[in-house]
Design a protein around this ligand. Structure first.
Ligand SMILES: NC(=O)c1ccc[n+]([C@@H]2O[C@H](COP(=O)([O-])OP(=O)(O)OC[C@H]3O[C@@H](n4cnc5c(N)ncnc54)[C@H](O)[C@@H]3O)[C@@H](O)[C@H]2O)c1
Length: 426
């Protein structure tokens, strides 16, 4: 096969997460966005107004479409497993959003479906794919700083204030901060510390009376190789983690006056969350403004990706530390400190290209999948471990962990020229 081959791709669930991802689809010329599926008729209209693509109501209809080779699944969490399995069984390759599933049984069924059908399944779309974390992985792998000993990752955001539909307010359906945001941090610390978590101790906080879901967690992981990791995420939107970094700005999803207004609307019951949410989905009146704040620039010739703040991270190795900078990473070692810049051309969407590239390379070039469903299941196991430990007060042992692929550093995304990859300028 030649590198010119395009892959017909479709998105199922064109919501807020899907809308945030679509600019990366647009910018990757190897992909042809041929279809989408969403239950929401307004969303379907807006999707076809923007793209020369077909909009279906259901995944079943979409899977009949012979032009669709691969499907990006960004429906609500409870559909991740059934939709993935359905698409795989109907001849499609799949990238599934985090969390991969709601339970280990579901994750196992997804692994089995990928094996049975021979179709590619990428457990996708976590922060572990972004350039600074991949570059940190490169540095750790090179051994120049000695072995990795600790990875600490702290996030203070306004996630809990963002608009939610009913099912997102139900933990049984995968709602709440741990299911939704835990996989970002856990996937990242697993990537940086080798992948093999031995045990988990976690606490979960549900403090806001207007939100029947957790808005806080912290957890500590011990890795097989002796490394330790602490992760913290407080999403109540009072103190914002961006204040900890020199490049931080007060606008994550909301600036402070908006956070006050939104919180007030929730307390008094006057907020229309469905309308707030639809306003940021595709074609909504606040789509461009809000995603620009978070660093998604729809214009490929525009500003390079802005460091939307995934959190404050410090990796400590035996002979040095690594942190993030505005557009790169900083290495502190025995000679002092120096920055590696990762500024990419084009919009921040390029930053999200990695998982699409991984899918494309696997399908078209037969390259290995690194974010395998087994990898996704291991991240899910640790996510569920945080919840279980918070309930029982116990240390939870892990049984489904897998290491980072020893060849991950050879993935094509690591050595594409920056202009093509949009990543890793060093
Ligand atoms: N990785 C990220 O950065 C990121 C960001 C946001 C959301 N997400 C993920 O995206 C998923 C959706 O979250 P969201 O915030 O976009 O919610 P959302 O409600 O905005 O999006 C869900 C979309 O799916 C549609 N939908 C619901 N059930 C469907 C079905 N059975 N068939 C077809 N369409 C259906 C809804 O109409 C809606 O448009 C979640 O799994 C979430 O974790 C990921």
């Amino acid at each position: 096969m030649t590198s010119k081959k395009t892959l017909g791709i479709a998105m199922v669930g064109i919501g807020v997460g899907g809308t945030e991802m679509l600019p990366a689809f647009e910018q990757m010329e190897e992909l042809d966005l041929v279809a989408g599926a969403d239950l929401n008729p307004t969303t379907r209209e807006r999707f076809t107004a923007r793209y020369e693509a077909v909009a279906y109501e259901t995944i079943e209809e979409l899977c009949e479409d012979k032009n669709v080779d691969a499907v990006w699944i960004s429906t609500p969490n409870r559909f991740h497993a059934p939709h993935t399995i359905y698409a795989l069984e109907h001849g499609k390759h799949v990238v599934v959003e985090k969390p991969m599933a709601l339970s280990l049984e579901e994750a196992q069924a997804m692994i089995d479906a990928a094996k049975r059908t021979g179709n590619i399944l990428v457990a996708g779309h976590t922060r572990s794919f972004i350039p600074p974390f991949r570059k940190m992985y490169n540095i750790i792998q090179s051994g120049e700083l000695g072995a990795v000993r600790s990875v600490n990752f702290f996030a203070y955001t306004d996630w809990l204030l963002r608009p939610r539909v009913a099912e997102e307010l139900d933990m049984a359906q995968g709602g709440g901060l741990v299911y939704r945001q835990g996989p970002h941090q856990i996937d990242t610390v697993r990537l940086l510390a080798g992948g093999m978590i031995k045990n988990v101790r976690g606490v979960v906080g549900q403090w806001m009376p207007e939100r029947p879901i957790p808005g806080y967690y912290s957890a500590m992981f011990e890795f097989e190789n002796g490394a330790f990791s602490t992760i913290v995420h407080n999403s109540h939107g009072y103190f914002m983690g961006a204040a900890l970094v020199p490049w931080g700005h007060d606008k994550q999803r909301y600036d402070e006056p908006e956070r006050i207004m939104v919180r007030d609307g929730m307390i008094t019951g006057s907020r229309d969350e469905e309308a707030d949410k639809q306003a940021i989905r595709i074609g909504g009146e606040r789509e461009v403004e809000i995603f620009k704040r978070e660093g998604v620039n729809r214009d490929p010739a525009g500003e390079p990706w802005v460091p939307g703040e995934p959190g404050f991270v410090v990796v400590s190795c035996e002979r040095g530390d690594i942190t993030r900078t505005a557009y790169g990473i900083m290495i502190y070692d025995n000679k002092g400190h120096h920055e590696i810049e990762l500024k990419a051309p084009g919009g921040w969407a390029m930053n999200r290209r990695a998982e699409l590239q991984e899918l494309y390379d696997a399908v078209v070039h037969g390259a290995p999948v690194y974010h395998t469903p087994e990898w996704g299941m291991a991240t899910l196991e640790a996510t569920l471990g945080v919840i279980e430990s918070a309930k029982t007060g116990k240390l939870i042992d892990m049984h489904h962990q897998v290491p980072v692929s020893p060849d991950y550093g050879d993935a094509k995304i690591f050595d594409l020229p920056p202009a093509e990859a949009g990543v890793l300028v060093s």
